[in-house]
Design a protein around this ligand. Structure first.
Ligand code: HEM
Ligand SMILES: [Cu+2]
Length: 559
């Protein structure tokens, strides 16, 4: 009780003081880059959609695969990384009583490293020397600066992860025996995953660099792909964990309710962090040379992530129902009418959650050996991740932006901007229904992903895909309208909206919530467990790939 009281007083104090200008500047810069990436990446996405529908021929100086590489890099690497860091740093500052000066410096060094790395990576992409797609697997080889840029980006992310660890450790030193505030608990989980999840890709890139320079002749493709997906699969769950931090902590406050059980929330975070990394082979289900047992193990681990997801679904709907009933909602479903559907800060993450239901089901389909054979490398996959990251995650980020950007800019969300946000959310949802829906369907009919417009010599099957491709182009056109509205909203909230104080909305626990056991704080143990599971998933296959190595591959330029 006493600690709850202190907590409230502290929150009140930091609420009235707001975020310090130094901390705000960090988050503002990160979010600015994130939304600039959305604008550029969105325009490129539209070009792809129109090209694949046969509606637009790209000029001779712009290659489809070059555009696709930039679209992937801008949206899944730049947008998500910069948003995640800007968001969590604002929340660390808010819940831990400000960032330490040292941590601020690290955030800026990290920022510069990522920007310099990005410039290094982008120049060869612009020169069509790095159209290797955002997955950059060997044997396709880009010009060396592309990989050097990636190394700098990873180091920049590590800088931010360590900054977060230092700030959290400092808080713990000053608050012995206490659970860290729930938002910072999520941040810790995300940065732990970011750090450990990006070690494999760092190793991969370090082995690619000498090969792309021509200092070594060949590379072990199986090892590279495996290291990539140990990272890629983790990255997906980093986005997911970031999104659910807002679902568990922020959304209940916005609807005027309380959080779901604090202990359960922390267990979900721990499970997602610990079980995550050894799932990467579900992206390589039809790769040759990997034993069935290992594939099975990884599929098991990936599906075990569905367990905390189901816990999340239960928790969220429980919060909605409780809150709706407290506000007078009657009957079996009457509570849903009491939810603030006209508030973009609720509507966007709510649609995000709902779209995660089919998105998650699609993920289970892909993790199933037999079904994977049907959808592998078809447009189904592209539909899947536009639903997961392009809708569940991004719509949550959009919803966050309507309070986070005013919060760090000391401005307010006006009813007019809120209305614009609601319209934006609806346009995005409809656009994605068209685009991702058609992609799923045409993927089942066999249309391949990552392929520019072709009719395969007027082949009848390929011609049958055309109507769906037109729907994809229509969806893409709606989405670009959504992108422009969203970027306008962020720009407006950052620089133009009326001055004033906006709250960082963190929901309280229920009054009758049980106290949280302190063992949830043992991050050292969770990390040991994480490493053990990583060893279980990866040591044997990697040793096998290296000892019984397939013939190495020279670099190829396929575009
Ligand atoms: C204006 C909105 C968007 C449009 C019109 C769009 C359209 C497309 C199209 C047509 C493709 C694929 C093509 C192919 O396989 O040939 C694609 C690929 C992709 N998109 Fe989007 N997209 C949009 C937004 C997003 C967002 C918000 C994200 C993630 C945050 C995203 C992530 C990706 C990724 C990762 C790929 C795969 C790249 C690859 O295969 O290497 N897209 N997009
Ligand atoms: Cu995965």
């Amino acid at each position: 009780m006493e600690s709850a009281l202190k907590e409230t007083i502290r929150q009140k104090a930091s609420k009235s003081l707001g975020i310090s200008p130094e901390d705000a500047r960090i988050s503002k810069s990160y979010l600015f880059v994130a939304f600039a990436a959305l604008l550029l990446g969105g325009i490129l996405g539209l070009l792809q959609g129109l090209n694949r529908a046969g509606l637009l021929e790209l000029p001779s100086w712009l290659n489809y695969y070059q555009v696709l590489t930039a679209h992937g890099v801008l949206l899944v690497l730049v947008l998500t990384a910069f948003f995640t860091i800007g968001y969590f740093y604002a929340g660390l500052s808010h819940t831990l009583g400000g960032l330490l000066p040292k941590v601020r410096k690290m955030a800026w060094i990290g920022f510069s490293m990522k920007i310099i790395g990005f410039v290094f990576a982008v120049i060869p992409i612009l020169m069509n020397e790095a159209s290797v797609l955002y997955t950059f697997y060997p044997p396709m080889a880009a010009a060396p600066p592309f990989y050097i840029g990636l190394v700098l980006i990873v180091l920049g992310v590590w800088m931010c992860a360590f900054g977060a660890f230092i700030n959290v450790a400092n808080w713990r030193k000053n608050n012995r025996g206490k659970n860290i505030p729930i938002f910072s608990f999520f941040a810790t989980g995300v940065f732990v995953l970011l750090f450990f999840g990006s070690i494999p890709v760092a190793i991969e890139v370090l082995t690619i660099i000498p090969w792309s320079f021509g200092w070594v002749d060949t590379i072990n493709v199986m090892v590279s792909r495996t290291l990539f997906w140990a990272f890629g699969h983790t990255l997906v769950n980093i986005w997911y964990l970031t999104a659910i931090s807002a679902w568990y902590v922020i959304v209940p406050k916005i609807i005027g309710g309380r959080r779901f059980s604090d202990t359960l929330t922390r267990i979900v975070v721990i499970l997602l962090v610990v079980m995550n990394i050894p799932g990467g082979f579900h992206h390589q289900i039809i790769d040759p040379g990997i034993s069935e047992e290992v594939k099975f193990l990884h599929v098991f681990m990936s599906l075990s992530i569905a367990f905390p997801s189901l816990m999340t679904a239960y928790a969220m709907f429980s919060v909605f129902e409780r809150t709706g009933r407290r506000k007078g909602g009657k009957g079996l479903l009457g509570w849903y009418k009491k939810l603030p559907w006209g508030d973009v800060r609720f509507l966007a993450p709510m649609i995000a959650m709902i779209s995660f239901i089919p998105a998650g089901a699609g993920g289970i389909v892909q993790s199933t050996n037999q079904l994977n054979q049907v959808v592998h490398n078809t447009l189904w996959i592209v539909g899947h991740f536009h639903l997961t990251v392009g809708t569940s995650v991004i719509l949550t980020f959009f919803g966050i932006s309507y309070w986070l950007v005013p919060y760090i800019s000391k401005r307010t969300l006006t009813p007019k901007m809120n209305r614009l946000g609601v319209i934006q959310t609806i346009i995005w949802t409809v656009g994605m229904l068209f685009m991702a829906g058609s992609m799923h369907w045409v993927g089942l009919l066999g249309a391949p992903r990552r392929t520019s417009y072709t009719t395969y010599g007027e082949n009848a099957t390929a011609l049958g895909w055309d109507p769906f491709m037109i729907l994809i182009a229509i969806g893409g056109t709606l989405l670009i309208v959504g992108v422009i509205l969203q970027v306008y909203a962020v720009f407006h909230l950052m620089f133009r909206a009326p001055k004033g104080d906006t709250e960082f909305p963190i929901a309280d626990k229920e009054d009758d919530d049980t106290s949280t056991p302190y063992w949830t704080e043992r991050w050292g143990q969770w990390i040991v467990l994480l490493l053990l599971l990583v060893a279980m998933g990866y040591v044997l296959p990697l040793v096998e790939f290296i000892i019984d190595a397939p013939p190495g591959s020279p670099p190829f330029k396929t575009w």
